[in-house]
Write a protein that binds this ligand. Structure first.
Ligand code: FO1
Length: 305
């Protein structure tokens, strides 16, 4: 099973899948468009969330960072007048320092992720979407800024005029991701932001053509007219897209077979999805506890049969 992941929605679904599938049967291809350099450390938040999830140390209140982490370094830096965009925990920083050191020594992000994964004893495949640098940059009335600056520093408040995946023109799909996709016919596109979590992965060359040859199930991160969490709505609107599950299906329609939307969605007419040649399935996608995460995962696995 291949899972395209980013943000916090898809990791919740992976948490459900882990209750049903052995970790070694899962390969997660992860967004790197939100990666950021901070105080000489290269942070890859979406990779880390998946790493910590499989390592059993993810803070499942926030769905990022390590549970019970301390913030001594972050606080000391602040006292010294160094404000970091991301509040990075001490253990989390250690992982990111190790990664940065590996990258400086010439390892690719794929190799560094594999080594860190192995150190944690992780049996799932965790692969960055690309070894090239791609960065989600948000254009606001106050100027262009990194996604993390928009989302964390400015709490997603500025108006969004447009956004771009800087570097995408020169970026290639990670060879390891391509190899994993060659070996597996089942793909889940998780309920993550279709603009800044899944969008950068899909913007890479080749991936859409590969997905067309697979059985692909996508889960909508939008219920009615609003994103379950995060800035997906604002970013979709900035691209002139309909902020709805139909808008998400439009983005994925050329390469998905099944579209899962939420049972509470009062706006979506499933016939409109079926007209795109996609099977529409209503499920409970609000993964607020372990049981709900497992139930959604179970229903999705049954759809692959
Ligand atoms: N999100 C926040 O809203 N505030 C933070 O201080 C913060 C710190 C942080 C540190 C490490 C990390 O891996 C993720 C962190 N996040 C934080 C989450 C991050 O901004 C995004 O939610 C992810 O990129 C997923 O979209």
């Amino acid at each position: 099973m291949i899972i395209l992941s980013g943000g916090t929605g898809t990791p919740k679904l992976i948490d459900g899948l882990r209750q049903l599938l052995p970790d070694e049967e899962m390969t997660v291809i992860v967004n790197t468009g939100e990666d950021i350099w901070s105080s000489e450390v290269f942070i890859s938040p979406d990779i880390d969330t998946v790493l910590y999830l499989f390592a059993g140390i993810l803070d499942k209140n926030k769905w990022w960072s390590i549970t019970g982490d301390t913030y001594n370094t972050y606080n000391q830096m602040k006292e010294l007048g160094r404000f970091e965009i991301l509040m990075l925990g001490d253990r989390d920083r250690a992982v990111n320092l190790v990664r940065t050191d590996m990258l400086k020594k010439g390892l690719t992000l794929t190799e560094a992720t594999a080594e860190i994964s192995e150190s944690f004893g992780i049996r799932a495949g965790i692969i960055p979407m690309s070894d090239d640098v791609v960065t989600s940059m948000i254009e606001t009335p106050g100027g262009q800024m990194h996604f993390q600056e928009f989302w964390v520093t400015h709490k997603g408040m500025p108006d969004v005029l447009s956004f771009e995946y800087r570097g995408i023109g020169e970026a290639r799909l990670s060879p390891a991701a391509k190899e994993a996709l060659e070996k597996d016919d089942c793909v889940i596109i998780g309920p993550s932001n279709p603009m800044t979590s899944i969008g950068p992965i899909l913007a890479l060359p080749e991936i859409k053509e590969i997905l067309k040859t697979k059985k692909v199930i996508a889960v909508s991160p939008i219920i009615g007219k609003e994103a379950v969490s995060g800035p997906a709505g604002k970013l979709m609107a900035a691209k002139g897209l309909d902020v709805s599950s139909k808008g998400v299906a439009e983005l994925y329609k050329d390469f998905i077979d099944i579209f899962v939307y939420d049972i509470r969605d009062g706006v979506l007419n499933p016939e409109e999805i079926e007209k795109m040649g996609i099977k529409a399935v209503a499920l409970d996608t609000m993964m607020t506890d372990e049981e709900k995460r497992m139930n959604l995962a179970k229903e999705i696995l049954m759809l692959f049969r």
